[in-house]
Design a protein around this ligand. Sequence first.
Ligand SMILES: [Fe+2]
Length: 478
Amino acid sequence: MGFRICFFLLILTGASFCNGGITSSFLRKEAKSIDMPFDSDVFALPSGYNAPQQVHITQGDHVGRAVIVSWVTQNEPGSETVVYWAARSHRKHHATARVTIYKYYNYTSGFIHHCTIKHLKFDTKYYYEIGTRPTVRRFWFRTPPAVGPDVPYTFGLIGKPLSRIISIRKMTGICAGDLGQTYDSNLTLTHYEMNPVKGQAVLYVGDLSYADHYEFHDNRRWDTWGRFVERSTAFQPWIWTAGNHELDYEPSIGEKKPFKPFLHRYRTPFQASGSTDPLWYSIKRASAYIIVLSSYSAYGMYTPQYQWLWQELPKVNRSETPWLIVLMHSPWYNSNSYHYMEGETMRVMFEPWFVQYKVDLVFAGHVHAYERSERVSNIAYNIVNGECTPVHDQSAPVYITIGDGGNIEGLANNMTMPQPKYSAFREASFGHAMLEIKNRTHAYYGWHRNADGFAVRADSVTFFNRYWHPIDDSTTKN
Ligand SMILES: [Fe+2]
């Protein structure tokens, strides 16, 4: 009898600890992530005197009819002109860049050019040229279709010959955050490029170069990172989010202005969404409304970021952009011991709004692992009721941590145990994800680990839109 009672209690105890989803049992090779050396081929300078390098583009307005083209010249400012033309037109247009340089401790940057080209046609392939002959370099990009809930979207292939064009409906690619510039970073970017599902834009959730890993934040590592990712960033927009490794705040060497290298090198279209700071802003792209937040800027009540978000969320018209997506660096729902609870203060400030406005998806980085939550909220708490446990909430977003780009700090493989109820899938592997928005109701999502083949999805979900199709899309059965 006594044995039976003990056995029964054991079963109960076991059940109470089995509420979470999947902690992947995949075993990857344990190896340190090492930065690629300066003479790596992926960091090679383009040939020719003063040739433009570190070329990158991002969306330049609120709706996708403008593109910001950025590049660096090392020897002299060179040409400030971007020549661009639609692929099916011979009429060439010119736009002029602004040039900036910055100093960081004992480093002086090259000449950093930023040029916004405007009034582009939607869903059109453009070529653009930068530099001075004989070192003119030519690239191309494709503008998104006009903003709307069910617009077809055709993607070109990045990092491959132009002859291969893949036609897929409405899609936004997501590369991992926290990419860095190790051999693993290179593998992640290669997997993103070689994925048979082709992303047109990258939602980047912060921590770019990890230059601050080096003494005096060796800013030459900002340059190598710019050259490393150029094979993607020159051809499709990367939507930038600032992480803690963009702070570069180092008073001991006189560097007291946060985000100095990042803000000189990377532009965002913040003014188009009424923001007063490049670190938080929004864009519309096809059927998605994307809000970028700054985990490392003030967000308490009355602060500029708080005021902006408070005014921003009611502006989102789900009949125009059904998919409401938020990017930030520090995750709110993270069951890894690494950076545990760091996103908690921002969650307390903004989570009730995310539920009120039915945000579909929140992507974050920072933790060097992958995790996907169920739809949960934790907004019932007040100072006396003690209700501080996440609960399933179909008005809440799914939170995805994708800080597994492969940077020099390595993987975060110390998960809290047991797996929390809200955590649907988690794994400490490097990889990237793709989000395929099909229409106003459905989006396919897949996370790909670098250890697998290019087409393999280690975690895949069909998300249902919270506004148009708020059906339970949870994957954990309790
Ligand atoms: Fe981070």
